[in-house]
Design a protein around this ligand. Structure first.
Ligand SMILES: Cc1cc2nc3c(=O)[nH]c(=O)nc-3n(C[C@H](O)[C@H](O)[C@H](O)COP(=O)(O)OP(=O)(O)OC[C@H]3O[C@@H](n4cnc5c(N)ncnc54)[C@H](O)[C@@H]3O)c2cc1C
Length: 236
């Protein structure tokens, strides 16, 4: 059983089905289009893994629903917006940009009768050689193997570890094309969050739930962002 029909859970389920295993996927969302709609960059290793995991028709559907990209860059900033690192990926091979909901729908192709949608897995226990997954409607699913794929902040992995397995680190990541199409100003605007996010070119971020600490919020009120004046004001 796979708990969580996100990117990892669905890709895993497809790979298991391809190898003849009986799989059931439990997903909290009632509909695959419910969670998020940001662009995902699939790097060369991700594309090559999906080529192996998906049926040929699904992989074709992925190619037909995405665009090829020259690579990817990620800038990580600390809680004050200072740049800590910039990673660039420009490996030879196929990398793709795809809408997340579209990707999820493609990953779910052919799994319909194996999906239990709109059910949250609240916990699990082991009985002898069997995993028993406890769902929020009181039902239980038995499995030989439980794949925990409920994402960042996983409740189920937390049960295994006996503590939370992730925490807010106060860092912000801004994804970009390798040539740096998203300017520093745009990145800072993005960092300012809801205040300015509409002014920023479409750029996915890695920490949408990141909360800006109060001292940074206060300091940001005094940041002068050199926003270009509109043409009609500068006479251009
Ligand atoms: C804004 C943003 C942009 C990103 N951009 C990129 C990118 O460009 N390239 C890239 O490679 N990665 C990117 N990532 C990271 C990527 O989205 C994650 O690495 C990937 O989604 C992780 O897959 P996952 O299956 O572990 O978790 P998720 O995809 O988050 O899926 C978890 C699933 O579990 C479900 N779930 C949660 N709790 C339960 C429960 N108790 N019971 C049942 N179901 C549950 C959720 O509804 C969800 O569908 C981005 C992330 C974000 C937030």
């Amino acid at each position: 059983m796979v708990a969580g029909a996100g990117i990892g859970g669905l890709a895993c389920a497809q790979g298991l089905v391809q190898r003849g295993l009986d799989v059931q996927v439990v997903e909290r969302d009632a509909d695959l289009a419910m969670t998020g709609g940001y662009k995902l960059h699939l790097g060369v290793p991700a594309v090559s893994a999906l080529r192996k995991l998906l049926p040929a028709t699904s992989f074709e559907a992925l190619l037909g629903s995405s665009v090829g990209t020259p690579g990817f860059s990620l800038t990580v900033r600390d809680h004050r917006g200072r740049r800590l690192l910039q990673a660039r990926e420009a490996s030879p091979g196929l990398s793709l940009d795809v809408d997340r909901i579209t990707l999820r729908q493609i990953l779910a192709l052919g799994l319909d009768d194996r999906m239990i949608m709109g059910r949250s897995c609240q916990g699990w226990r082991v009985e002898g050689e069997t995993f028993v997954a406890e769902l929020d409607d009181g039902t239980e699913v038995e499995a030989d193997v439980l794949v925990i794929a409920d994402g960042a902040g996983s409740k189920l992995a937390g049960q295994l570890a006996g503590r939370p397995t992730s925490f807010q680190c106060g860092l912000t990541g801004v994804a970009d094309a390798p040539c740096g199409a998203v300017s520093r100003t745009a990145q800072l605007l993005f960092y300012a969050g809801g205040l300015c996010s509409r002014s920023v070119p479409a750029a996915p971020a890695y920490s949408p739930r990141h909360t800006i600490p109060p001292d940074v919020q206060q300091a940001m009120q005094h940041i002068h962002l050199p926003v270009p004046r509109p043409r009609w004001q500068s006479g251009g």
